[in-house]
Design a binder for this molecule. Structure first.
Ligand code: PRP
Length: 216
């Protein structure tokens, strides 16, 4: 079987609603943060569907024993927010994945060259090969930042097929780069926008997600 990058855009009214709120230039920072939290929650919910490890067991109800399924807490789970903007999605993701370790990765693009540089890296030296990793970053634009993040993760033993990316707006340049390098990867996004302008902004996109999240 040939592996292919899969990009899911869940057709959910709550995801559409919060995307509209986030896109609206009139949305103030406090509400933009709420939109990011909600999008983080619902996109993580969708991503968790076939990614969270489970185990079959039996539980005793008040009336009888019955088969049951539990989250397998022995399989390591990690969330990697790409700072700063990825922090906006983290809170919603974390409510669904309370047992996951959070490893912060700070990346910022040079405004002229659009090359990302790393200013904070809290990743462990080595991940357990079974680790389920969820990356949060609302924007996949030129793809420089997500490619850098994937490089940092895979060189520490992360399996791309056990990795999910939760983002809000994905653009073709980033998807093409990811598809060429990591064909087994799966992405959950609220939308795919067609264009990235010459300043590296997705159009229509939602502007600078980091600045809008933190009111800077
Ligand atoms: C933005 C965004 C992504 C990145 C996407 O971050 O949050 O991380 O750009 O662009 P790319 O696909 O072209 O690399 P930015 O560098 O503005 O930092 P911030 O999150 O601190 O605002």
């Amino acid at each position: 079987m040939t592996l292919q990058l899969r990009v899911y855009v869940p057709p959910h009214p709550l995801i559409k609603h919060w995307l509209a709120v986030a896109r609206d230039a009139a949305t103030p920072s406090v509400l933009f943060r709420s939109a990011m939290t909600e999008l983080g929650r619902w996109l993580t919910y969708e991503a968790a569907r076939e990614w969270l490890p489970t185990q079959e067991t039996t539980v005793q109800s008040p009336l009888a024993a019955c088969p049951a399924t539990l989250i397998n807490a022995e399989v390591p789970m990690a969330v990697v927010p790409i700072l700063r903007a990825g922090l906006g999605l983290l809170e919603g993701a974390q409510t669904l994945l309370p047992l996951a370790s959070i490893y912060h990765l700070g990346l910022v693009r040079d405004e002229t060259t659009l090359e990302p540089s790393s200013y904070l890296n809290k990743l462990p030296d080595k991940f357990h090969p079974e680790t389920r990793v969820l990356i949060t970053d609302p924007m996949l634009a030129t793809g420089g930042s997500i490619m850098r993040a994937m490089e940092e993760l895979t060189q520490r033993g992360v399996d791309p097929s056990l990795t999910r990316i939760v983002c809000v707006v994905a653009a073709p340049p980033a998807l093409q780069k990811l598809s060429a390098a990591y064909p087994g990867l799966i992405i959950y996004t609220a939308t795919i926008d067609e264009q990235v302008n010459d300043r590296g902004f997705i159009v229509p996109g939602l502007g600078d997600a980091g600045d809008r999240t933190f009111g800077t």
